[in-house]
Design a protein. Structure first.
Length: 271
């Protein structure tokens, strides 16, 4: 087998192992779907009227909301990558992998790929939930597919961040916090739930250049979901080139954290 073929073959085995692990631990899937649905219902029916304002609540805000919920959910799913690696380290699974004639890179690829399978399942559930509250895709079928692919690309990039964090955390208990704490500023200082123009001063600048904002805006544009009436339209280069900036950001994140995670795994596996 060639080196690349071996990596792909070994990655497939590890991916299947992690998918089966989720099936045997249904609380992971339950947590990944129930909490996003709760966010949809809370923001759509509890906070939507206040956030959207007199002319921006109701259905208009729900359509604006769903792309943000999609991005937030797949971003938070990277915490499962963190916990998964920390759990494998603590239980000695990584030591078992080290003893096998397999590609070390495949262990990381298999974990991040398995988490994309989870993201696909969650997106299907959230899409059904969105349709139930009145959300619709206003663009073409091609645009809709591109919108989902945009979200999954961003999710794949963040899973590499999760892989690195999971490999440097000393325990599963620490991983539970480390996998989530950096997600809150990433997701809430953005255009996920409110227009980025409504944020004050430096927070608006951060939101404008936040890759999460770009992923949300690009997906929202591809779905054809516009801002509620009376809301300011996003401006500036990141907003006007949201899809391009989201793709560049995702590739940059992978280019930075894939080597870091691989190097860390090699150090851990060689101990």
């Amino acid at each position: 087998m060639t080196s690349m073929t071996k990596v792909l073959s070994d990655s497939g085995v590890i991916t299947w192992r992690n998918v089966v692990n989720v099936r045997r631990n249904p609380e992971w899937l339950l947590g990944a779907t129930v909490f996003p649905i709760m966010f949809v219902l809370l923001f759509a029916y509890v906070f939507g009227g206040a956030i959207g304002g007199p002319g921006g609540g109701g259905l208009a805000y729900r359509e604006f909301l769903i792309a943000g919920i999609f991005a937030q959910t797949v971003a938070f799913n990277s915490s499962y990558t963190v916990i998964g690696f920390a759990n494998d380290l603590q239980k000695g699974i990584i030591d078992r992998f080290r003893s096998l004639p397999m590609s070390r890179f495949a262990v990381i690829v298999g974990r991040t790929t398995a988490d994309q399978v989870l993201s696909v399942v969650v997106l299907v559930v959230l899409s059904v939930c969105g349709l139930a509250i009145g959300w619709r895709i206003r663009g073409s079928v091609v645009d809709a597919v591109l919108g989902y692919l945009m979200i999954l690309l961003f999710a794949f990039a963040l899973s590499w961040v999760g892989a690195y964090i999971g490999l440097i955390t000393p325990s599963v208990e620490v991983a539970n916090s480390a996998g989530l704490i950096w997600m809150f500023p990433l997701t809430f200082i953005s255009s996920a739930f409110v227009p980025q123009e409504s944020l004050p001063g430096v927070l608006r600048t951060i939101a404008d250049w936040n890759p999460f904002t770009a992923a949300v805006n690009a997906t929202r544009d591809l779905f054809g979901n516009v801002s509620p009436p009376g809301w300011p339209e996003p401006s500036g280069w990141p907003a006007e080139n949201a899809a391009l900036y989201a793709i560049i950001s995702s590739i940059a994140i992978i280019a930075i954290f894939a080597p870091l995670a691989t190097a860390r795994y090699r150090r851990v596996a060689s101990k």
